[in-house]
Design a protein around this ligand. Structure first.
Ligand code: HH2
Length: 259
């Protein structure tokens, strides 16, 4: 899953693809590099990010979804019903909701009606405040129980289970230790029976360990993706598709030989 942020303030590529034509060209490049799906987002969820009104978010993402969906599978990264609906109308076929249908529970019915796929992600709190002293008794058990409950909610709203993917939400209301523990024990989430999505790309915990700035975190991102594949993750939400795709191909080929 390649990241196409159409935001002025995303933590790693904010402002890089403000013009629809630039974002479309970037998305096409990521698809050529091996992304099977492009995740288009118009609202940053970085810690402390300001919420964006639906009209502004729509204005940012719609031309990009339209421009990409003719040739590539497109996911809309949003927590808003109006944005999800317009993006599906414009050709997107997947809704990536970092609130797992809690912000706008009606997105579940929309996804069900349209036969779309979705990703439900764990987050403790909300982006504005989530990094203020997050606490868990056991982060993996709590994230797993949350994802099981949100899967149940989606299915009760009519979304077929096969359409749902689940994401532990690396960096969303988690300390460095919580992120590392989730990665180390990621295999425990595979009993949920749904594909696991993982988003570590260029995130700040990698900078904390390596001392690197955002643009220099590709090797660190690769290390996490390789470990996550080995522990059962199936979708990798990344900015640097070519580099990660090579690493995953080699990892997958090696694991196949093993088994
Ligand atoms: N991470 C970000 C945004 N959306 N969606 C899922 N499913 N999983 C993630 O880990 C995830 C996500 C944050 O990354 P980015 O889009 O690069 O930054 P920003 O939120 O600042 O736009």
């Amino acid at each position: 899953m390649g990241v196409v942020n159409v935001t002025p303030d995303s933590f790693s590529d904010g402002g890089a693809f403000d013009e629809p034509a630039d974002a479309i060209a970037h998305g096409r490049r990521l698809a050529a590099e091996g992304a099977g799906i492009l995740d288009v987002g118009g609202e940053s969820t970085r810690p402390g990010a300001a919420p964006v009104p639906a009209e502004e978010e729509l204005h940012r993402v719609l031309p990009v979804v339209e421009g990409l969906a003719q040739t590539v599978r497109v996911s809309i990264d949003t927590m808003k019903l109006a944005v999800a609906e317009a993006a599906l109308d414009a050709g997107a076929t997947y809704v990536n909701d970092v609130t797992a249908f809690r912000h706008d529970p009606d997105i579940a019915g929309l996804v069900a009606d349209r036969g779309a796929d979705c990703c439900l992600m764990h987050m403790l709190g909300e982006p504005r405040t989530m990094q203020r002293d997050p606490r868990y008794t056991d982060v993996v058990t709590e994230v797993k129980a949350f994802l099981a409950a949100r899967l149940e909610f989606a299915v009760a709203a009519g979304v077929p289970e096969e359409r749902v993917q689940l994401d532990p939400g690396i960096g969303f209301g988690k300390t460095l230790e919580h992120n590392l523990e989730l990665l180390r024990r990621l295999d425990e989430l595979t009993d949920l029976g749904r594909p696991i999505v993982i988003g570590t790309s260029r995130k700040s915990f990698l900078g904390r360990i390596t001392g690197r700035d955002v643009a220099e975190r590709v090797p660190a991102t690769i290390a996490t993706c390789v470990m996550a594949l080995e522990r059962g993750a199936r979708v990798f939400r990344v900015h640097d598709v070519a580099e990660v795709a090579d690493a995953l191909k080699v990892t997958a080929a090696t694991l196949r030989r093993d088994g």
